[in-house]
Design a protein around this ligand. Structure first.
Ligand code: PGA
Length: 304
């Protein structure tokens, strides 16, 4: 897939560029993109900026990822694929389907969506009973993998250190990891949403080779919104996405701008089009609403 972000060819202004410039008002060149940290610096200096200056670039291709969790057998997955083919959604969004491991082979070769897995081993191969490694997935045509989903963090005790290893194993094996981050209800209520999201992004991406930046994505999924029919307010989503973007820039430099940051948690046809157009949002991660082929096709079309 082509680079989803229209950053190349445009001038990117970083906080360092502003710090190095002569004192006084910093003139933002026409058409330039300000990184999130650069934007913060100008605001902190009290420089008034025309509306929309430095808005994160809109992705050319929003990603809409279906997470089927532990639903659908091989036969049910094949039935979905047939029905989805018949209603092939139009638009710019790229659909990605993450079925259970056992249904991956049945979906290989489908052209209406790319294939993703829900997890990957942190090991390349070896004596690791039950682990499915990147090379096993790539062989089946899998291109993407979810890492650190909150149900794995919650039910299986996965932590940031393991997510970090899985992201690197995925990249080394030729997969594009989508790191899931997000706070619990209790963390939000105690004012820690920002620090939790930032720490989760930092723990995984710090030290990552910036050359791999075009191959990774992040999904902000507040744990309390998953499967509950509740979504955060638009400003809450925009703030968490900005938190993730700031940390991506700190870890990866200005090219962190090119990492798609998706939103997930009770995405439905009614809210998909609105959420995907919020500042900084580059796509959606969809659980329950991705199981029905016609419904998912409409949702993908609404996102594009
Ligand atoms: P949901 O799940 O859309 O059913 O809330 C999202 C997810 O867990 O990825």
């Amino acid at each position: 897939m082509a680079d989803p972000y229209p950053v190349s060819g445009r001038r990117v202004i970083t906080a360092e560029d502003i710090e190095r410039a002569p004192p006084g008002r910093f003139e933002v060149p026409e058409g330039a993109i300000l990184t999130p940290l650069a934007l913060d610096l100008l605001r902190k200096r009290g420089q008034d900026l025309p509306a929309n200056t430095g808005a994160p670039p809109r992705p050319v291709t929003p990603l809409v990822v279906a997470n089927w969790k532990s639903f659908k057998t091989t036969a049910e997955a094949a039935k979905f694929a047939k029905a989805f083919r018949a209603v092939a959604p139009r638009g710019r969004a790229q659909a990605i389907v993450c079925p259970p491991f056992t249904a991956l082979a049945a979906l290989a070769g489908e052209t209406g969506f790319e294939l993703g897995a829900q997890d990957v081993s942190p090991f390349e191969e070896g004596a690791h009973t039950g682990q499915i490694a990147a090379r096993h997935l790539v062989e089946l045509g899998v291109r993407w993998v979810l890492v650190g989903h909150s149900e794995r963090r919650g039910e299986c005790g996965e932590d940031d250190a393991l997510a970090r290893k899985k992201v690197r194993a995925a990249l080394a094996g030729g997969l594009r990891p989508i790191l899931c981050v997000g706070e619990t209800r209790e963390e939000r209520d105690s004012g820690r949403a920002t620090s939790v999201v930032r720490a989760q992004v930092r723990a995984v991406f710090e030290g990552l080779d910036p050359d791999r930046v075009g191959e990774v994505a992040v999904a902000y999924e507040p744990r309390w919104a998953i499967g509950r029919g509740v979504v955060p307010t638009d400003p809450e989503i925009a703030l968490a996405v900005k938190d993730a973007r700031d940390e991506l820039e700190r870890a990866l430099g200005p090219s962190g701008l090119r990492v798609p940051v998706l939103y997930g948690g009770s995405v439905a046809l009614e809210n998909a089009g609105r959420i995907v157009r919020l500042d900084g949002v580059g796509g959606l991660l969809v659980g329950g609403a991705s199981l029905n082929p016609e419904g998912f096709a409409k949702l993908v079309a609404a996102a594009g």
